[in-house]
Design a protein around this ligand. Structure first.
Ligand code: 5CU
Length: 363
């Protein structure tokens, strides 16, 4: 029974060089107060001058870019195969004229990394979404020919106007045509004002625990409202963090649609696919939710056959210096064991067989 981690990130060395060359978010740098510790500053608002430099962003060590560390982590946690992806914020910040070449370079780097560990590594590619659509489509076509690539990772900003932007249609069409799954992952969270004036006292808890999942939920709901799923019925999307809050809120979303006079007047209520259908037909969910309660909502919404184990490595390492196994990983293993305590065969599917089947691994 293989264990497959489909939510595991890397910043390949060329991307790290890019971040080290920058002075605005996203960037990597050291601060005079701790000259030996590089820090990765990526989230909006993370370099607010009111935050002490030693707690801005997060310390970045080799586990973020050295694939040998990923393999060691996999061995320690009994993970046979990982489907690696560039971590946020991908290439969203690059000027249009640089993005196409950067995507090619990073995708080629990642493909080469995977080739060094046959059977152990596959990847989701990165799209140059700030470039013209033709450049994005060319990269989708190129990725379809790279042996280890199994889809693309994308944030929620799309071409800059979100995933309900009609300008994305040719890109959705290309992804559908090449049977490339989108791994949809948050980055921008919610406007920092919602976290209140004391937000800096609370570390990363509010943006990561709440901003990320709500960002994903809003993005998918906008796709629903704009008819993306009606136009692209074969589009496959794997949602990070067990769908944000989508499984929990799906009923409320449907009810709000059915009671919306504006949508009714526009004839947008009848004949559309509902969110429950999409959850069971187009959407896959990772099992990165750290508790049985959230996992059960994901199972109820999409089905255990669409649920895939993940870790979010290298994020959420243990804070104790002498810890070996990661609590975050064990929480995800524990939630799966608890949710399927009477059905090891289904647990095995979530842990690996689903990923092998859905992503056509080892073939
Ligand atoms: O800790 C974080 O900021 C993150 C992040 O940026 N991306 C992610 O996937 N997990 C945690």
């Amino acid at each position: 029974m293989p264990i497959v981690d489909i939510h595991t990130h890397i910043y390949p060395p060329t991307y790290v060089d890019l971040l080290r060359s920058r002075t605005t978010v996203p960037y990597i740098r050291t601060f005079p107060e701790a000259p030996d510790q590089s820090r990765l500053i990526i989230l909006p608002g993370e370099d607010d001058p009111s935050t002490p430099s030693t707690s801005r962003g997060r310390p970045i060590g080799r586990e973020y870019y050295d694939i040998a560390q990923k393999i060691a982590f996999m061995d320690l946690h009994k993970i046979d195969t990982s489907v690696i992806s560039l971590a946020n914020p991908w290439l969203d910040f690059l000027p249009a004229e640089e993005a196409g070449e950067a995507a090619q370079r990073i995708n080629d780097d990642v493909e080469e990394i995977c080739a060094k560990y046959p059977g152990r590594l596959y990847a989701f590619g990165t799209l140059p979404l700030s470039a013209p659509s033709e450049t994005v489509i060319k990269e989708i076509q190129r990725l379809a020919g790279l042996w280890h690539m199994r889809g693309v990772i994308m944030g929620t900003s799309g071409l800059g106007n979100g995933l309900d932007d009609p300008a994305l249609d040719p890109i959705y069409a290309a992804l559908e045509e090449h049977d490339q799954l989108i791994f949809l992952h948050p980055h921008y969270g919610l406007p920092t004002s919602v976290y209140g004036p004391r937000a800096n006292e609370y570390g990363h808890v509010l943006p990561l625990a709440l901003g990320f999942p709500l960002e994903t939920t809003i993005a998918v709901t906008r796709m629903l409202l704009s008819g993306v799923w009606d136009r692209f019925t074969k589009l496959k999307v794997l949602l990070a963090h067990s769908g944000g809050t989508l499984p929990f809120l799906a009923g409320r979303i449907e009810s709000c649609i059915k009671h919306d006079g504006h949508l009714k007047k526009q004839g947008k209520i009848q004949g559309r696919r509902d969110v429950w259908d999409i959850l069971k037909t187009n959407i896959y969910l990772d099992a990165v939710i750290y508790s049985e309660v959230g996992l059960k909502a994901a199972i109820d919404a999409s089905g255990a056959d669409r649920l895939l184990f993940g870790t979010d490595h290298p994020f959420f390492p243990p804070l104790e210096e002498d810890a070996e196994e990661w609590h975050s990983v064990n929480a995800n293993y524990g939630a799966i064991a608890a949710a399927f305590k009477n059905n090891q065969a289904v647990a095995d599917d979530v842990l690996g067989n689903n990923a092998v089947r859905i992503l056509k691994l080892h073939s």
